[in-house]
Design a protein around this ligand. Structure first.
Ligand code: CU
Length: 499
């Protein structure tokens, strides 16, 4: 029984062995076929790689050539600043060195993939160590890197150097905020006033401290305008998050960091006009600027330098663009003369103004000139009505006949005019708006006119030359329905009765 079982099992096992051996043969045969397929595929792919190498290198060179006139540093886009030429040179040196390495390594990469494709019986050569080879592939890159870094360091030190306080330069400021650049120039004093972030509000975007007199002539232009050939130091700050002050055509790029003032010093070397002229020599810029308007201006004609933000600073990042204009010195001087002090145009006389109780010298002068002009016009007036002059800057406290402190400047102009023209006689006339009762207004206007007359007498004007009269609300010059109209109606006039 046991022997029979053993025989049966042995027979079964033998059968399995025979079946397995025949299957191995089958598999081996199939394997040989697959090897053949694999061999062919290897050859094919190694050739594809070679073809790709040629295509890839050619495409790299052809596309670089095709787009060279659009790229900074090439064609018409040579740097528009002095230091930019050094940076472009540095960039080109690096490009040549890395370009050579790029071509060599890519040829080697694809050629080796072809040369060492799988082959039957091929054996890898065994090379555990080669001193000479290791010295070569360490020393050459080390030397190249050393040369590039030293070169870069020299240029870096030159480009990043701050100004020497003795040298001739101008300063301006750019503050990045979400999402705009605020620019600031010093006024006639050539000095930027102090700022304090605590003073920032909706009317004072930079937080200028108006108590610092240097701030009063600073102006905030829409465009960044600079003269050609003048060294400029830009103070760069940020109000909220990181921004980056980027002038691509000038190779200027500096982070604007909240709480950490940075700067960049550069000298523009090409005016906007000169840059456009250079662009006009290239076919790429001879096409219409707006493809929908083929007869419109060409690309080169509409070119503008730009200031951009190069730090992704939020959803409105793209809108942080400003136009940069480089002008010849005389054009720049003309532009400067047109600029209005931010303080005078936006702060003077508002709640923010710490100087509401005083006049600046230039304002006193301007008001004097304005008064004398108006006086001359009135004197030469043909009709009695034309011989009336409004004392524009004489004011009284509300509802009273007390002169405001600043009224004295206008009254002193009048005194000076009276002294200059010894035969001139005048009548001072008081007027009010229609607020309050008619009688009260009449009385008030009489009192006010007589206060002005008294001021003249006290200043030494002969009493025979000045009379006063109150007209109350009877002679409105403007509508009494608006604040501005009522203010115009509360006026003090002089009528020239003899010149
Ligand atoms: Cu930004």
């Amino acid at each position: 029984m046991t022997t029979g079982l053993i025989i049966i099992v042995s027979f079964l096992l033998l059968t399995i062995v025979v079946v397995q051996i025949s299957r191995i043969n089958e598999i081996a045969k199939r394997l040989r076929g697959e090897e053949e397929a694999e061999r062919r595929s290897n050859i094919r792919q190694s050739r594809y790689l070679l073809a790709f190498m040629v295509f890839f290198l050619l495409a790299t060179i052809v596309s670089a050539w095709a787009y060279k006139n659009y790229m900074l540093g090439y064609g018409p886009h040579t740097s528009a600043s002095e230091h930019g030429l050094d940076l472009d040179w540095l960039f080109n040196v690096t490009l040549v060195v890395t370009g050579i390495v790029f071509v060599i390594t890519h040829i080697a990469l694809f050629y080796f993939a072809y040369r060492y494709r799988h082959r039957k019986q091929a054996k890898a050569s065994f090379m555990p160590h080669d001193n000479k080879l290791e010295i070569i592939w360490t020393a050459i890159p080390a030397f190249a890197m050393f040369a590039l870094v030293i070169n870069g360091l020299v240029v870096w030190n030159k480009v990043m150097a701050d100004v020497d306080p003795e040298e001739d330069y101008m300063e301006s400021e750019a503050m990045g905020m979400q999402f705009a650049w605020v620019l600031r120039y010093p006024g006639d004093d050539g000095k930027l006033g102090t700022r304090n972030f605590r003073l920032i509000n909706s009317v004072n975007p930079m937080g200028q401290d108006w108590k610092d007199l240097k701030n009063l002539d600073d102006f905030q232009p829409t465009d960044l305008v600079l003269p050609k050939g003048k060294k400029v130091r830009v103070r760069i700050t940020a109000r909220d998050v990181l921004h980056d002050f980027y002038l691509p055509q000038f190779r200027v790029k500096m982070d604007a960091v909240p709480g950490l003032p940075t700067y960049f010093v550069f000298t523009p070397s090409k005016t906007t006009e000169e840059y456009r002229e250079e662009l006009s020599k290239y076919a790429e810029y001879q096409v219409p600027s707006d493809p929908l308007d083929p007869s419109g201006p060409k690309k080169w004609e509409t070119f503008e330098y730009e200031l951009a933000c190069a730090e992704l600073c939020g959803s409105g990042h793209y809108s942080m663009r400003k136009i940069v204009r480089i002008l010849e010195q005389d054009e720049y001087d003309a532009w400067i003369r047109e600029q209005k002090s931010f303080y005078l145009s936006s702060i003077r006389g508002t709640n923010e103004d710490p100087y509401t109780n005083q006049l600046f010298d230039f304002e006193i002068q301007a008001r004097k000139a304005e008064f004398n002009n108006a006086l001359n016009t009135a004197i030469s007036g043909a009709t009695p009505d034309e011989r009336i002059l409004n004392l524009k800057y004489v004011f009284f406290e509300t509802g009273s006949a007390n002169l405001t402190p600043l009224s004295k400047y206008e009254l002193d102009n009048l005194v000076a005019a009276m002294n200059e023209r010894s035969t001139m006689t005048i009548e001072v006339g008081g007027h009010t708006d229609n607020t309050g009762s008619t009688e009260a207004n009449l009385t008030l206007s009489e009192q006010r006119a007589s206060v002005v007359a008294k001021y003249l007498l006290n200043a030494g004007v002969d009493s025979g030359r000045v009379t006063s009269a109150g007209y109350g609300q009877d002679r409105p010059q403007d509508s009494n329905d608006t604040d501005a109209g009522r203010a115009n109606n509360r006026r003090t006039e002089i009528k020239i009765t003899n010149s």
